[in-house]
Write a protein that binds this ligand. Structure first.
Ligand code: ZN
Length: 320
């Protein structure tokens, strides 16, 4: 197997692609693109791959595979993104299209499952056999490691922690249901709560940081908290309350050795991470709580990209 692979992390708001040395975990080049805009998602993914190859100055013949982790339900065998609620995508033939274009074998998986592969190979999950990676972003997703192997479930969709129903008939969710965890604890939910309060006439320092499409950067949430902004403080505190319910439920249900938390807000906003961890331990049963460590990702923004680049190796080991 050649040592270079391209990894693509297809999230709800951005595509991150990069060339990875799969032996060392070094990311040689990386390219970021927003998912919003006029071009189709497929065109953007293709462009990101093209730019990665171009910037890395490595010929396609030296690249072993392209791996892609997508935020949604993925058919790994057919390499199709079956449904991505946050991207409004159905039946996207990732494998076929990219293979035809670049003549490099393509592997696909769910974004957080792939990030989990990144973390267990080069991140904070190295050496653990039973863990759960939980990522908070546009949605809330998780990847499960069980006895040293990724657990994908019967239909391959295990780990959809974001769609655990926490409020019967509650807030609408991108999946079409109501009351799902991610409608309360995701970054999108936090933004909606802050913007809703501003629209009601409450003043917040965040007003001047709002982007055109109404999204809020993690660094601005951090800054608003430093300035004791009440609206942002309330939104973050509420989200941590719900997120810690979800994490405590996972600790009680699965009793893992380790939970790895990731995503922009978790990485950038210490207050959000700290209170969520504290509450998760306080709410879970004493025995599993004592046995479960909680930490942040070791690879930060690159967990998904690295894991995606490692998909070929992971599948080769899994099925040898
Ligand atoms: Zn849902």
């Amino acid at each position: 197997m050649k040592k270079y692979s391209i990894g693509i992390d297809l999230g709800g708001t951005k595509i991150l692609a990069g060339l990875v040395n799969t032996e060392t975990g070094e990311v040689l080049t990386s390219v970021k693109k927003k998912t919003q805009g006029n071009e189709s998602i497929m065109e953007k993914i293709s462009e990101a791959v093209e730019k990665t190859i171009c910037e890395s100055q490595i010929t396609p013949s030296e690249i072993s595979s392209i791996g892609i982790g997508a935020a949604g339900q993925v058919d790994r065998d057919k390499r199709i993104l079956v449904h991505a609620p946050n991207l409004n995508c159905f039946n996207l033939k990732l494998g076929e299209i990219l293979e035809n274009q670049f003549k490099i074998p393509v592997f696909a998986g769910n974004d957080v499952e792939v990030a989990t592969i990144g973390e267990i190979t080069f991140g904070n999950g190295v050496g653990f056999k039973n863990l759960v990676c939980i990522f908070v972003g546009t949605g809330v997703g998780s990847g499960i490691l069980c006895n040293g192997k990724i657990y994908s479930g019967v239909s391959g969709t295990a780990g959809e922690i974001g769609h655990i129903i926490i409020d019967s008939g509650g807030r609408p969710c991108g999946c079409g249901g109501n009351g799902c965890l991610e409608a309360y604890a995701s970054r999108t939910a936090i933004e909606k709560r802050i913007i809703g309060s501003i629209k009601k006439g409450h003043s917040s320092v965040i007003s001047k940081f709002l982007t055109e499409n109404g999204s809020i950067k993690s660094k601005h949430i951090k800054r608003a908290l430093e300035l004791n902004d009440e609206i942002v403080f309330n939104a973050i505190t509420e989200a941590s309350e719900y997120l810690s319910n979800g994490i405590a439920s996972i600790i009680n249900f699965y009793n893992p050795e380790l939970i790895i938390l990731g995503g922009g807000l978790i990485e950038a906003v210490d207050f959000f991470y700290d209170i969520t961890v504290k509450k998760a331990h306080a709410k879970s049963l004493a025995m599993p709580s004592a046995g479960t460590k909680i930490t942040r990702t070791g690879l930060k923004d690159f967990s998904g990209l690295l894991g995606a680049a490692l998909l070929e190796k992971y599948y080769a080991q899994e099925f040898k």
